[in-house]
Design a binder for this molecule. Sequence first.
Ligand SMILES: C[S@@+](CC[C@H](N)C(=O)[O-])C[C@H]1O[C@@H](n2cnc3c(N)ncnc32)[C@H](O)[C@@H]1O
Length: 300
Amino acid sequence: MTTTAAPGWTTAPPPIPGVAPSPAAQPPSATQPLPATQPSPTTQPSPTAVYEAALRSVDGRLWVRHPDGRRDRLPVHCWRGGLAPGDVSLLRRCAGPTLDIGCGPGRLAAALAAGGVPSLGIDVAPFAVRLARRAGATALCRDVFDPLPGQGRWSTLVLADGNIGIGGDPTRLLTRAAALLGPAGRVLVELEPDPAPPGPLLVRLEGADGRVSRPFPWSFVGPANIHDHATAAGLELAELWGGHGRRFAALALARRRRQVLSGRSCWWASRLCVCWGLVGRSGAPGSLPPAAGRWAQRSR
Ligand SMILES: C[S@@+](CC[C@H](N)C(=O)[O-])C[C@H]1O[C@@H](n2cnc3c(N)ncnc32)[C@H](O)[C@@H]1O
């Protein structure tokens, strides 16, 4: 969750003309910590509900409230808009089938699709998925930790806009990413230029209507700690780059893991060669043992 802390947005939002907001309907200010007694988590809206309300609103105002009481405005207007400065550097590195994890309204997945790159966006927010599809992306409402199509075969995974923070445990998320990647694949991660201290934080989302989500775990990862998370997940740092005030890293499977996976591909390739050899000698898949014949017919 890359945040913009534009000074003009750190105060409480202006009142809506003609509507006298009750004190409870105003989000707390940027510096004022949340009151110690919050409604019980069961009565608080989910982060997805507060996020989707911002996506539906005209001005898309949404804040993330940190445990120390600070809050930062989230750039929902960018997520809903066209490409943002720095996006092209990410898109240029999307080679082959690309999975955009936490695609939101889909500006990246839609741009990839428009550029002819096979791509899929996934997101837990159904309304975001609808917007992504409307923008031209192929998108599914899925949690990144759910079973996903193409597991172990993706060429590129995208964790943009700070989505390395999803779930509050970057090593777990990168381990999941490594399982989704094909042997030569890469994970493109957007980093926080100025991250909070490492470790999971319980943050909340706050909407312009005064609703505050229940707390949820998130992590802010910068260039200084991506290497450790990558290594722990069986990945290695392949590239670091930046521009337009944004920082990114490309991660590849660690060499040993690549070799194991390539070895498995070689084993399968040799099995396939044997099968094709049989097909070649016998002249028709029908004369193969039943299973091999079925496989050969399927793969024509
Ligand atoms: C910081 S926003 C990213 C915005 C998005 N990259 C874009 O281009 O608009 C985080 C996104 O991750 C999604 N998300 C959060 N947890 C997720 C999970 N476990 N699996 C998939 N998506 C998730 C949220 O619904 C939200 O759309």
